[in-house]
Structures are given as C-alpha cells and as structure tokens.
Design a protein around this ligand. Structure first.
Ligand code: BG6
Length: 469
C-alpha cells in the first residue's frame, strides 16, 4: 500500500473562481471583481459584465449540492478559500460582516456532515480592492495588520471546524505577477526588484504571523505555506546551464526556505546584492518569521528548463513561471508542458531539503470539454485525456511515497469546473463535474458528472490501488 490509510484525497477551489455572488450579503469588492481578463488584462475601475467571476459557478448558492457530489466521490478533504471581502468588505472595518461568517459556517458544517475536512486558504489572490487601491496592495506594511485582524477573526470563529489551513496561495507568484500575487496595482514594468521583494517580505511576515496566531488560537491546527512548485532542469549538461538552473531553483525555494527555517536564507545576501535590493526588515519581523509552518503545500503543473544563455532557445508558458521548451514533453491545449515525473522530482527535492510533511494541493489539466449524451440519456463528458493526466501524476506521488517522502494528501485543482485564474475563462475546465456555463456567460449552471468523476471515486475507494502504473 503506497498511500497511507489516512491519506487526504480531495479537490481544490478558490472563492473568487467559484463562489460568484460578488456583491451579496455585504461582501465588498476584491481585486478579482475587477479583473475580467485575468491579471494580464486591464484592471477595471469597478465590476464589469464581462467578468465571469461575478457569478462564476454560483457555488455561493449551490455549495450543498457541490459538496454532496464531492462526498459521493469519497473526498476526505476539500480545499477552498475564504473571501476576505466577505468577512471584512474593505479590509479596514472594525467589526466583521456576520453574514459572511455565517456563509462559511454553513459550508464547513456541510463538509463535516460528510466527514470531509476543510482545508482553508486564507488568501487566494483575492485582497480587498480598497486595500489594493489605497496602499498599492502588499507593497505597504499596513496590510500586515489588516490581514492579522482578518486571520484572528476567522481562526476564532472556525477553530472547532477547520484543522488544516494555508496562508497565501502560491506566495512565490508575486515574483512573476505582483498584481495576482500581492494585489499591487502599479504595472510590473514600473516596479523594481526592490518593490517586489519588499511586497514579498510583507506577505512573508503576514504569513508567519498567521501561523503564530493560528497556533495560539488552535493548538491542534496544522498550518502550511503554499507555493508554485516546479523542478528546474538544466537545458544541457554544460555546467554553466546546470548552475543557472540551480540558481533559478533556489529563487523558487526562497519562499519555502523562509517558512520552514524561520529566517532569510544565506544565499539572499548575494541575491539581493545582485538585484540591488535593500529590504526594510525590522527586528520584530525577524521575531515573527521564527513561527514556522507545520507542512509545505504546493501546486504543481509543470517543470521548467533553464540555461545560462536563454536567447538560444524558445520559451514556453508555464502555469505561472515560464521556462525554456523541453523537447521531451507534450503540451496541454493551453500550452503547458506535461511532466508527471517532475512531480516526483519536486516531492523528493522538497523532502530532502525540509524533512517535513508535504501536501500536493493543486494539480490538474485545463482542457476544452464536450458535453454529450450517453446511452442512458444522461449528459456527461468523456474526458479520458484528463483521467490519463491525473493518473500519471498521482502515480508519481505514489512513487515518491515509495521513495520515502511523507505526503499528507492530494487535492486536484478545480474539482468542479470554475473560472480560470490566469485568463478568467470558463472554457478551460479542470473538473470532475461539468458546470453548464459558457464563455459568453450563458448556461443553466447545472452540474453533470464527467467520466473522470467515476474514475476518481474508484481511486479514492481503493486508496490508489486502481491507478495504472
Ligand atoms: C494556480 C492557481 O496557479 O493555478 C489557481 O492557484 C489557478 O487559482 C490554477 O486556477 C490553474 O490556473 P488557470 O490559470 O488555468 O486557472
């Protein structure tokens, strides 16, 4: 048996990509309500009709039906995020919004009714718009205090319902997209490395503060950090390329290094010198950073290749970080390279470095699905391509466990179709459950089980024994 009996099988979502109800029951606007095209498109002054996230898949009104479907698949865990703006609409209020708190009470109660553990992300790219506008997001130290207040509120409220927490989703994404990763509204082209690493520092302190608070309020809670993970391969065996790949890998590991070791790693001295970065790190920040995480969680969608002279090669887009094209790998319809073995590589890499429980909290295939009618007259999707992708990746998790890596669980991304983060599209589907909503916003919002729904149900029921190795 590769997967332990208590392995946490499940799926993952984020509030802004599935809840909708963007202005109901006192919710304030988040940055996502003004990103109709995703972080690469223009940020609008206010919500616009072309923003699919305003309704998304209407999880806000359909959570009972959706969680029941997750339970039918046998989920042990459901990863979701709390929309900060449901709790503190602008981030600055003295008192929280009771209606927002009640919504998550109902969601968690529904999970627990089905013996599903909620795994809650505190901040999944959905900072209050007010804070983004007033402070240019996490560039300001003031956000730490507002975030602390929000964390204190939700920890106190849900301490008897939620045991597993994540602080910031993909905290290292700030390096690539300061808008997505840190709600910085100033265009990236106008930001220096100094600006970006200072915003990252504020988030790192806020993350450690959340860990500190969480442990004080909920002594039995498990609180993890969450990063985009990607092994970085050298393009050739030329030692120059190997060194370059090593350095790029380290830049990605910087965030987990701080979270696990409780201090800035030795190599940042040179890195920051090279980048001309002089951070405002206060003595109290250093004390807070010492509050380290209980586990390391990450998303995995693709590996990366790097070279000393990258101008000789073609780039390919990654889920967040781009890299050089790897001739050995196939592509998804959205141009991501598919590398299941990379997941085993990065699991081993993390475990060698940290000896700490790991949690794969995102992985999955975004694809165009075709809804068809089966021989019994039921609507479904024959998504064998998704089954193959997931099978191949979970198999590598199994192999990493055989290697000796401690893996707590696996939550595939977008277990129900939702709006994508990078491009705000609904046609890029990840789910086991099809949601009838089209790119133009039309659709009944009805849910239909895909072929992968039954496949994953079997994987969970057999604790991974049904996987094809
Ligand atoms: C991760 C994010 O980067 O990738 C998710 O944490 C996101 O929010 C997922 O949805 C898949 O990316 P995309 O752009 O296809 O939605």
């Amino acid at each position: 048996m590769r997967f332990k009996e208590d392995f946490l099988w499940g799926g993952a979502t984020a509030a802004n990509q599935c809840e909708g109800a963007y202005n109901e029951d006192g919710k304030g606007l988040s940055v996502q309500d003004c990103m109709p095209k995703g972080p690469r498109g223009p940020v609008t002054e206010g919500p616009t009709e072309d923003n699919l996230k305003l309704i998304a898949i209407d999880f806000y009104h359909r959570y009972e039906e959706d969680i029941k479907l997750f339970a039918e698949m046998g989920f042990k865990v459901f990863r979701l995020s709390i929309a900060w703006t449901r709790i503190y609409p602008n981030g600055i209020e003295e008192e929280p919004n009771e209606a927002g708190l009640e919504f998550y009470d109902k969601v968690f109660d529904t999970c627990l009714k089905y013996n599903i553990e909620p795994l809650v992300t505190l901040s999944h790219y959905e900072t209050p718009l007010y804070l983004a506008k007033k402070y240019d997001g996490w560039r300001s130290r003031d956000l730490i205090g507002y975030f602390e207040k929000y964390c204190r509120t939700v920890f106190n409220r849900y301490k008897n319902k939620v045991k597993y927490w994540l602080t910031f989703n993909e905290i290292n994404a700030v390096l690539i997209s300061p808008l997505l990763g840190a709600s910085v509204l100033t265009p990236k082209t106008e930001l220096t490395k100094q600006d970006i690493y200072q915003a990252a520092h504020h988030e790192l302190v806020a993350s450690a503060l959340a860990v500190k608070l969480g442990h004080e309020i909920m002594p039995n809670a498990k609180i993890g950090c969450m990063v985009v993970a990607s092994p970085v391969y050298p393009m050739t065996t030329n030692p120059e390329d190997v060194m370059s790949a090593y350095e790029k890998q380290r830049e990605l590991m910087f965030f987990t290094d701080v979270h696990v070791n409780g201090e800035y790693p030795h190599y940042t001295k040179k890195l920051f010198k090279d980048y001309n970065v002089k951070l405002d790190i206060r003595e109290e920040d250093r004390e807070i950073l010492k509050h380290t995480v209980d586990f390391v969680a990450f998303s995995y969608y693709n590996s990366k290749c790097a070279a000393a002279d990258e101008s000789k090669y073609d780039y390919v887009s990654g889920n967040v970080f781009r890299g050089l094209k790897n001739e050995h790998l196939e592509f998804t319809q959205w141009g991501n390279q598919i590398d299941p073995i990379g997941l085993r590589v990065i699991l081993n890499h993390f475990y060698d470095r940290y000896k700490m429980p790991l949690f794969v909290v995102e992985n999955g295939l975004g694809a165009n699905d075709e809804l068809v009618t089966d021989e019994n007259g039921n609507k479904t999707v024959y998504d064998d391509y998704r089954i193959k992708y997931l099978n191949d990746h979970i198999v590598q998790v199994g192999k990493a466990i055989e290697d000796g890596v401690e893996v707590m669980g696996y939550t595939s991304w977008g277990c129900i179709d939702l709006v994508s983060a990078a491009s705000a599209e609904i046609k890029k589907r990840y789910g086991y459950i099809y949601v009838d909503r089209n790119q133009d916003g039309t659709g009944s919002l009805e849910r239909y089980k895909k072929k992968s729904f039954y496949w994953y149900k079997e994987v969970i029921a057999t604790n991974g024994e049904s996987l094809e190795y």
